[in-house]
Design a protein around this ligand. Structure first.
Ligand code: C2E
Ligand code: MG
Ligand code: MG
Length: 597
């Protein structure tokens, strides 16, 4: 360890030498003969740890030297011991005032000198240590404070994030169901205070499940973000948009909202959402259905309010989508029916309640039986016969359609195979309707078709799967792959209800479709409306050109039949010939015919 440094200032050499001699073993000593020499040390790099300073110096007195040392911030902490001739009280007082810590009288007692120096060096070192310690402590405190501040900041960020996650939807950054409920409660309270009203709008994208399945989830997400952005621009600052989940959004119109202004916002929303949305590879068009309920007119209970908006939204969908509806008490009983229906349909699958009816299909020219279309019927124990138009959409909203579709496929193929065996020489075709949902399900539907055909030994070309035009408008590659797979198996593929969608024959020809089935709405007027007649004539001609078969469905009169005969339509189906009938009735009525053909 380095020895402590001591500066000794005295003009008398003798004293200097004595002091140096006494201290040199334990300390590093420096000397100065006068004040100015001593003051040089103020600027020095290696400062003394202690100064022994004679009061009487030739150029200035010791007090002055002392004051200089005390004035500089580098040297003010260096302890200074004065040397005085004798114990002079005045000198002592002056010395202490100038900043000295001690004094030693001349003649010097070596023991006193050593003891004092030792004490003050020790004191000085203790002081330094203490100062260093204080400094370290200060630094530690500062560091810890910084760490704590960071920790607090971090915690705050996490809390903010957690609060965001708990209250907002990550995808659209809109408030989620929880925050929506808070907003709704607040708006309701405020409306009650101000005796005003609140409107709640529930917005659901039409056919979103479909879009999501066909475009892929990523594109579905982009679409939902676009919808969220559009909704946000349709409302005022005081209103609140939220995403409840999936494709369901809400808008709370706060304060003094009457029916008219709620309707205006709904119209604006529907219009804005229907603008094309640009996705990666394509532009898509979507629509939304909006349900509206008003508080306090309909109810004052927040949970009921949402339920009512939901019913109104379903009503808008049932009426053709892309529209808004207000809640009315009439809807309440209707929705109960829908929910009950779904539950009951679930139970009905696999029981005698579900049955396949068969409607015969004939070759147009000579009226020979061509086959039949299998059409599902639900014989409800209390409600009687329920039309597929009513329950198929409910099944399509859930996975029920998959079970239902599988059952229809198996049953229809089994029956057709049986009829083909009975009919021996003839070929009996069976047409089966396939829902888009069924079609979009991985490869199961194709495997099932293959499996049932071989299980019941039905030649694939005798099965006609009817799909809708809307399916063609979805993800083309996926659809083409599936249609090709079915085509490879050898089954016939028809476009059902042709003309009700937006596809054209030139578009359809890109798919392996071999039959188009003209929708009954066109057939209805062919003998009355010349425009429809022209259209049908053109469709038949074009389809034939493309090598497709043309089926006319919904033929109800002899005139319609004749028209179709005259214009080269291949196949006909309709009430004019026969309504759909149960299997046993079909066998009774058509088997003789079947065998005679
Ligand atoms: P679709 O496939 O277009 O079936 C033809 C519909 O027209 C049938 O109604 C049939 O009874 C009716 N129809 C037949 N001839 C005439 C006629 O001359 N005039 C009139 N006005 N209507 C006629 P249905 O059986 O009520 O079926 C309605 C729709 O329900 C079907 O339309 C089809 O889209 C769907 N559907 C029926 N069964 C099934 C099924 O097993 N699976 C699926 N996914 N959908 C089915
Ligand atoms: Mg059909
Ligand atoms: Mg049809």
């Amino acid at each position: 360890m380095n020895k402590p440094k001591i500066l000794i200032v005295d003009d008398e050499r003798l004293f200097l030498n004595i002091i140096v001699d006494l201290l040199k073993d334990d300390y590093e000593t420096f000397t100065a003969k006068n004040g100015n020499e001593a003051l040089e040390y103020i600027k020095s790099e290696s400062l003394p740890d202690l100064i022994i300073l004679d009061i009487v110096l030739p150029d200035m007195d010791g007090f002055e030297v002392c004051k200089h040392f005390k004035k500089s911030k580098h040297t003010c902490d260096i302890p200074i011991i004065f040397l005085t001739i004798k114990s002079d009280v005045d000198d002592e007082t002056k010395g202490f005032e100038a900043g000295a810590i001690d004094y030693i009288t001349k003649p010097i007692s070596p023991a006193i000198l050593k003891a004092r120096v030792k004490t003050h060096i020790a004191l000085m070192q203790a002081h330094k240590k203490l100062a260093q310690h204080a400094l370290d402590l200060e630094r530690t405190v500062a560091e810890r404070t910084r760490e704590l501040t960071n920790e607090i900041e971090e915690r705050k960020t996490i809390e903010t994030q957690l609060r965001f996650l708990a209250n907002y939807d990550l995808l659209t950054k809109l408030p989620n169901r929880i925050l929506f409920r808070e907003h709704l409660d607040q708006s309701i309270k405020q409306a009650q205070r101000n005796k005003s009203s609140v409107a709640l709008l529930l917005i659901d994208i039409d056919g979103f499940k479909h879009i999501n399945d066909s475009l892929g989830h990523h594109q579905g997400d982009v679409l939902l973000q676009a919808v969220a952005d559009r909704l946000s621009v349709c409302i005022r600052d005081v209103d609140q948009v939220a995403r409840l989940g999936g494709d369901e959004f809400t808008v709370i119109l706060a304060e003094t909202t009457d029916k008219k202004s709620a309707a205006l916002v709904a119209e604006k929303i529907i219009k804005t959402i229907s603008n094309p949305i640009q996705l990666d590879r394509q532009e898509v068009y979507i629509s939304a259905s909006v349900g509206i309920t008003l508080l306090p007119k309909d109810t004052s209970d927040p949970s009921t309010l949402l339920g009512y908006a939901d019913m109104a939204m379903y009503e808008a969908k049932a009426k053709g989508k892309n529209a808004y509806e207000f809640y009315t008490s009439r809807l309440l009983s209707r929705v109960h029916t829908r929910v009950d229906m779904e539950k009951e349909l679930h139970k009905a699958i696999g029981t005698k309640q579900l049955q396949l009816y068969y409607q015969p299909i004939f070759k147009t020219q000579h009226g020979e039986l061509y086959g039949a279309e299998a059409l599902i019927r639900w014989k409800h124990p209390d409600r009687g016969l329920i039309s597929p138009v009513e329950f198929i959409p409910i099944a399509e909203d859930s996975d029920l359609i998959l079970q239902l579709g599988e059952w229809v496929l198996e049953e229809a193929i089994k029956t057709a195979a049986h009829w083909n065996k009975v009919g021996e020489e003839s070929e009996f075709h069976i047409a089966v309707n396939m829902s888009s949902r069924q079609f979009q399900q991985d490869s199961t539907s194709i495997e099932l078709v293959d499996q049932f055909l071989s299980e019941f030994d039905l030649s694939p070309h005798l099965l006609n799967l009817e799909i809708t035009e809307s399916l063609m408008m979805e993800d083309r590659h996926k659809v083409i792959n599936k249609l090709n797979a079915l085509d490879k198996i050898g089954v016939g593929l028809s476009i059902d209800d042709f003309g009700t969608g937006y596809s054209s024959l030139s578009y359809i020809r890109r798919f392996p479709i071999n039959t188009i089935k003209i929708d009954k709405s066109f057939i209805h007027d062919i003998t009355l409306d010349s425009e429809d007649a022209t259209l049908i004539t053109a469709i038949i001609a074009m389809a034939k050109n493309l090598g497709m078969n043309v089926v006319a469905e919904g033929v109800e009169t002899a005139e319609q039949y004749r028209f179709l005969q005259d214009h080269g339509c291949d196949i006909v189906q309709g009430y004019y010939f026969c309504k759909p009938v149960p299997q046993d009735k079909f066998e009774k009525d058509f088997f003789k015919l079947l065998q005679s053909v």
